[in-house]
Write a new protein. Sequence first.
Length: 111
Amino acid sequence: MKVNTIYILTNENFHKEVLCSKQPVLVEFSTEWCGTSHIIAPILDEMIIKFKEEIKFYKIDVDDYEELAKQYGIGKIPTILLFKNGKIIDCIVGAVAREILAKKLELLTLK
C-alpha cells in the first residue's frame, strides 16, 4: 500500500521489504498524531525524489505495530532507521535538518 510517496510497512511485509531488500532502506517509525512526524514529512518527500533510484522509503505506525517498534527499541517518535543488507546502519530520532538527512542518505548509498 502506498501513502503519498512512502510505502506502509506491517508485521507481515517488514522482513521481506526491509531485511531482505537489495537496496538501502529508510524506515520512519511514527504515528499519525505525532506533530514532529508532520514537520519532517516534507523533508522526507524531498529525499524520496532525490534518492528514489537508490533507496526505498517506508513508514510504520508504532501504535498499530507496537511489537515491531519494541523489537527495534523505538522509544521516541519519529525515529528513522537506515538499513543496508538487513542491518541498521544509522538511527535518527526526532526532527532532523534537510542537509543532515541528505548527507546520511548519501553515505547510506555509498556503504
